[in-house]
Design a protein around this ligand. Structure first.
Ligand SMILES: [Zn+2]
Length: 357
C-alpha cells in the first residue's frame, strides 16, 4: 500500500500530485522552469494550498530540493493528500502548503543539484557577503572530482585515506558547501537560483500575515537505511524548546555531534525568516537514510564530474544518473513503508503542535 504513493519518474510524480490536489480542491500554483525534463516534459515547481487561505497558522511541506530525493518527498505529499490528517489540519484552522519539486530539473534529470550544478540547500545565502571559506573541501576537491570517470583505483585509495583523516571535521566539513568550484560537490553558486527566487515568491504570497509557520523539508541520502532523522538548526532557546515539545527528544540539533548533517551555509528554510518576518517559525529537515555513505558519495562525485564533462558518452551518462537515483531513492517496499510511517508521525506532531501554538 505504501509503495503505491511512490512514483518512478518526475513526470508521473507531478501528474499524480496535481490530480490529488485537484481532487482536494486545493489552490494550485505552477511555476514553469525554462528547461525541459528528461523525457521532454514540462518542468515546474508546483504548489497546493489546502484549507482556509486566511488561516493564521501555516504548515509547509516541501519536496525535491535535491532532485531525486523528491521521489520520497512527493510520496509523502501524495499520502498526506489521501490522509484524513490533512482534513484534520483544516478543521483546526491550519492551512497546508505543499511545495512539489523545489528542484524540478534535478528531479527529472536525476541530479541532486540544479541545472547549474548548484546545491540548492547551499544557495539561500546573502550574496552580498562572501560565502564561508571551506578549506576542508578545498583540500579534497581534486580527489572528489577526478579528471576521468569512473575514478582510478589510485584515486579511490587516496580519497578513502583523506576521508578517514577528515571524518571528524564538521565545521566546516566536506559537505558544508563551497563557492569556488562550479564543477564540484555542494556548490553554493554565485547568485540566487531560479528555485531560490521562486520559493521566496511563494512564501511572500502564502506566508505573509501568518502568525505561525511550521515547515518540513524532506530529504534522503544520509543516515541508516530507512531511518528518518529530524534535523533542527541552531535557533533561539525558545524556538528549540518549542520544537522539542512538538517533535520529541529524538529531534537532533544539527550542530550536535550525533547529527548526520554537517553545519551548512545557505540552507533553504532559513529564507522563511526573511520573507515572513512577522511569523513565529518552527522548521525541520526530515532526512532519511538510503545506502551506505561511500556509495552515496560515489554518486555525488559522478554527478559533479558530469557537470564538468557534459559531452560524456550516453552509456556513462545513464550510469551516473542511475547511480544518483539509487543513492537517494531505494526501490524497496520495506524502505518505502518506513518513509511514510515516520513522515505521518512527524506531520501529526506538527499539526498537534500548531494547534496549541
Ligand atoms: Zn537532500
Amino acid at each position: 500500500m505504501s509503495a503505491a504513493f511512490f512514483s518512478t519518474t518526475y513526470a508521473q510524480a507531478r501528474r499524480r500530485f496535481l490530480e490529488a490536489a485537484r481532487e482536494r480542491s486545493a489552490v494550485i500554483g505552477s511555476h514553469r522552469h525554462a528547461r525541459q525534463g528528461a523525457e521532454g516534459e514540462e518542468l515546474a515547481l508546483d504548489t497546493a494550498l489546502l484549507g482556509s487561505p486566511d488561516a493564521d497558522r501555516l504548515f509547509i511541506i516541501s519536496s525535491g530540493t535535491h532532485g531525486p530525493e523528491g521521489f520520497s518527498g512527493s510520496a509523502c505529499q501524495l499520502a498526506l493528500l489521501n490522509d484524513e490528517l490533512s482534513r484534520r489540519a483544516s478543521e483546526r484552522g491550519i492551512a497546508l502548503l505543499l511545495i512539489h519539486a523545489v528542484n524540478p530539473f534535478g528531479f527529472s534529470h536525476l541530479t541532486r543539484t540544479n541545472e547549474d550544478n548548484v546545491d540548492l540547500n547551499r544557495n539561500f545565502n546573502d550574496f552580498s557577503q562572501a560565502y564561508p571559506a571551506n578549506p576542508v573541501y578545498e583540500e579534497i576537491h581534486s580527489l572528489l572530482v577526478p579528471p576521468s570517470w569512473p575514478p582510478s583505483e589510485r584515486n579511490e585509495a587516496k580519497l578513502a585515506e583523506a576521508m578517514t583523516r577528515l571524518a571528524a571535521q564538521r565545521s566546516p566539513g566536506v559537505s558544508s558547501g563551497q563557492d569556488r568550484h562550479p564543477d564540484g560537490l555542494f556548490y553554493a553558486g554565485t547568485g540566487a537560483s531560479w528555485s531560490n527566487r521562486t520559493i521566496r515568491s511563494i512564501l511572500q504570497r502564502y506566508g505573509r500575515n501568518r502568525r505561525h509557520i511550521a515547515w518540513i523539508d524532506i530529504h534522503t541520502g544520509l543516515g541508516p537505511y530507512g531511518h528518518g532523522e529530524k534535523i533542527f538548526g541552531r535557533h533561539s532557546a525558545e524556538t528549540t524548546a518549542r520544537a522539542k515539545a512538538w517533535w520529541g527528544a529524538d529531534l537532533i540539533v544539527s550542530t550536535a555531534a550525533e547529527s548526520v548533517s554537517p553545519r551548512t551555509a545557505g540552507y533553504m528554510m532559513a529564507c522563511c525568516q526573511d520573507e515572513c518576518p512577522g511569523a513565529a517559525i518552527t522548521h525541520s529537515t526530515m532526512e532519511y537514510g538510503t545506502l551506505p555513505s561511500p556509495q552515496v558519495r560515489h554518486a555525488l562525485r559522478g554527478e559533479a564530474w558530469l557537470a564538468g564533462h557534459p559531452i560524456a558518452p550516453p552509456d556513462l551518462v545513464a550510469a551516473i544518473r542511475r547511480a544518483a537515483r539509487d543513492a537517494f531513492f531505494v526501490d524497496a517496499d520495506d524502505w518505502k513503508g518506513m518513509i511514510l510511517g515516520q513522515f505521518r508521525a512527524f506531520a501529526l506532531q506538527t499539526i498537534n503542535g500548531l494547534t496549541t501554538s
